[in-house]
Structure formats: structure tokens, C-alpha cells
Design a protein around this ligand. Structure first.
Ligand SMILES: NCc1[nH]cc(CCC(=O)O)c1CC(=O)O
Ligand SMILES: [Mg+2]
Length: 333
């Protein structure tokens, strides 16, 4: 005998057909939410695999321009440019960072020429250019000095804007750099260059494969960035960091890494209500790929689920090495 009392609400009713599931879906992922980070090599015709990031290649500018055609066709609107600087161009003062003929600057000029409406985001930080691999200049005690570093970051950001960056993205975590960069951009006539601040960037061990990819792992020699990047134990501090960057003129803010820090994404969106981005970093990419390669997780399903989780947490967009693969999956859906 069936019970004569029925559930007042059958939650499963709206799950019974795919059309209904789609009708009531609260969040949606699309290719226009994705920013694709790319690694740029000097030279021509160069493609190099990154062993700790299966599926990711460092590309010379000509190869980058070739491949970008496919990414555009998949609906990807924005690339984040990371140069792989030869050891010979690194120094203690990181002057290569603001060389107008530097690799990032050249890549952005070439990409803009080839695809005028492709959005370009640049990385503002000194780690690819310092011989010690830190994001700023260091004093005799090995401490990363704030205000002297900010002066170099300003020059770097200006050189990126001049090379065609639509968005400059300081990832260095120095205090006061957003305000200094904003002022300098205004003075130089780049009032529409956007700033995406890596505001809540944690001193994370998930960045390892990225440091392999850009070749800064050897320089930093097992050191850490704990005197400027945030302590993973903290959450209120992230809100203060983000609020400061907004006051100083950031247009968009970022939380980094991604999946272990979705609570910060949620708090940022809820408390500050600003354009909020999250970075699914190299280590997150690597651990997913390792599970896919072993057949432990289904790549096509898990990639989209992991990215939808960012949207549900409140992110407006996601930097992800899965961008082309995810965009292709979304086209097939
Ligand atoms: N300022 C450097 C920078 N910009 C982006 C990343 C990490 C990205 C990733 O792991 O995918 C890092 C590494 C670091 O802070 O050591
Ligand atoms: Mg800050």
C-alpha cells in the first residue's frame, strides 16, 4: 500500500526532464566567461610542451597568432599574456619588465595587429625578469621592498598599455600599486586601460607548474612569497585587500587560486558587488589532468563542472588553462 500522505514539495519534479532542468538552472557557463592564459617564447616556429601542465605549450609569437584563430572561433574573447624570459634578460633590477621590445610587449602588438577586437590582458609583476625570481626588487636582507618595486611596476604597466593591453593585471601584491598605476595611466592618456587587480592572491603552493612554465622555479630555488602574498588562513584580510584596490582605482578584482578559495569569491561578490574574477591556477589544472590521464575522472564532464562551480560562487569570469577545451565542449552542448 502506498502512503496516502504525499510530499508537499517534490524537488525531483523539476529534475525529471532535461528541458526543465535547463529552464530552472540558476547559473550558466559560457565561452565569454573565460580568459585563457598563454605562455610566450622568443623566436619563430617554437612550440614547447610544459611537462607539469599536459596539453599546454609555450608558443613563439607567430605560433600564438596561428593558434589564436582557433581560440577566437571557439568564442574566447580574452588572452592573458605570460612571457618566458631567457635567463640572459633577467637581472636584479628587472629592467626587461618595461622594455618596449620585450616579449610580452611584442606579443601584444602582434596580436592586436592580427585581431584588433581580441582582448589582451597583461601580467604586471617582476618575477619573470628578476634573477632571484621574486615579484619585486629585494634589499640586502632579501626582503622584497615595496615602494621601489611599485616604481618599476608603473613603468611596466605603462609599457603594456602602450603595446596595446586592454587590461593590465598587477599580480605582485605590493601595497599601493593600483593607485600608482592608475595615476600614471591617466597622465599618459590611457584613461580607458582597465586594471584587473590580483587583490586576494594567496601565498599558495598551487603555482608550482606555472613557475616551471615561465622558468622562474629555478630562480626562486624553493623560496616563498609569504611576505607579500596572503596567508591561506585569512578571509577578512582578503576583503580589506580587495576594498583597498577598488579605492585605488581597480576596475575588476581577482581571487587566486580558485577552487580552494571559492569562499573568498563568494564573500567578495556578496560584500563588495564588483566585477569578480577567479584564477583556476596551474596546480589545479595539473591535478585535474593527472586524474584524467589515469582515467580516474571524466575530463569532459569535470572540466565544465569545475568551471560552473566558479560561476555559482559568484565569479563573473574565470582564468583557466582549460579555456579552449571548455569552449569546445560548450559549443557541442
Ligand atoms: N606574479 C606571478 C604570477 N602570475 C600568475 C601566477 C600563477 C598562475 C598559475 O599558477 O597558474 C604567478 C605565480 C606566482 O605568484 O608565483
Ligand atoms: Mg593589496
Amino acid at each position: 500500500m502506498l502512503s496516502t500522505t504525499y510530499p508537499a514539495r517534490r524537488m525531483r519534479r523539476l529534475r525529471a526532464q532535461s528541458g526543465l532542468r535547463e529552464l530552472v538552472a540558476e547559473n550558466q557557463l559560457s565561452a565569454s566567461d573565460l580568459i585563457y592564459p598563454v605562455f610566450v617564447l622568443p623566436g619563430e616556429g617554437q612550440r614547447e610542451a610544459v611537462p607539469s601542465m599536459p596539453g599546454i605549450e609555450r608558443l613563439s609569437i607567430d605560433e600564438l597568432i596561428n593558434d589564436a584563430k582557433d581560440w577566437r572561433a571557439l568564442g574566447i574573447t580574452t588572452l592573458a599574456i605570460f612571457p618566458v624570459t631567457p635567463m640572459s634578460a633577467k637581472s636584479d633590477c628587472a629592467s626587461e619588465a618595461f622594455n618596449p621590445e620585450g616579449l610580452a610587449q611584442q606579443a601584444m602588438r602582434a596580436l592586436k595587429r592580427a585581431y584588433p577586437d581580441l582582448l589582451l590582458m597583461s601580467d604586471v609583476a617582476l618575477d619573470p625578469f628578476t634573477s632571484h625570481g621574486q615579484d619585486g626588487l629585494v634589499n640586502d636582507q632579501g626582503y622584497v621592498v615595496n615602494d621601489e618595486t611599485v616604481e618599476v611596476l608603473v613603468k611596466q604597466a605603462l609599457s603594456h598599455a602602450q603595446a596595446g593591453a586592454d587590461i593590465v593585471a598587477p599580480s605582485d601584491m605590493m601595497d599601493g600599486r593600483i593607485g600608482a598605476i592608475r595615476q600614471a595611466l591617466e597622465q599618459a592618456g590611457h584613461s580607458n586601460t582597465c586594471i584587473m587587480a590580483y587583490s586576494a592572491k594567496y601565498a599558495s603552493s598551487y603555482y608550482g607548474p606555472f613557475r616551471d612554465a615561465v622558468g622562474s622555479a629555478a630562480n626562486i630555488k624553493g623560496g616563498d612569497k609569504k611576505t607579500y602574498q596572503m596567508d591561506p588562513a585569512n578571509s577578512d584580510e582578503a576583503i580589506t585587500e580587495i576594498a583597498l584596490d577598488l579605492q585605488e582605482g581597480a576596475d575588476m578584482v581577482m581571487v587566486k587560486p580558485g577552487m580552494p578559495y571559492l569562499d573568498i569569491v563568494r564573500r567578495c561578490k556578496e560584500e563588495l558587488k564588483v566585477p569578480t574574477f577567479a584564477y583556476q591556477v596551474s596546480g589545479e589544472y595539473a591535478m585535474h589532468q593527472a586524474a584524467f590521464a589515469n582515467g580516474w575522472l571524466d575530463a569532459d564532464k569535470v572540466i565544465l563542472e569545475s568551471l560552473l562551480g566558479f560561476k555559482r560562487a559568484g565569479a563573473d569570469g574565470i582564468l583557466t588553462y582549460f579555456a579552449p577545451q571548455a569552449a569546445a565542449l560548450l559549443q557541442r552542448k
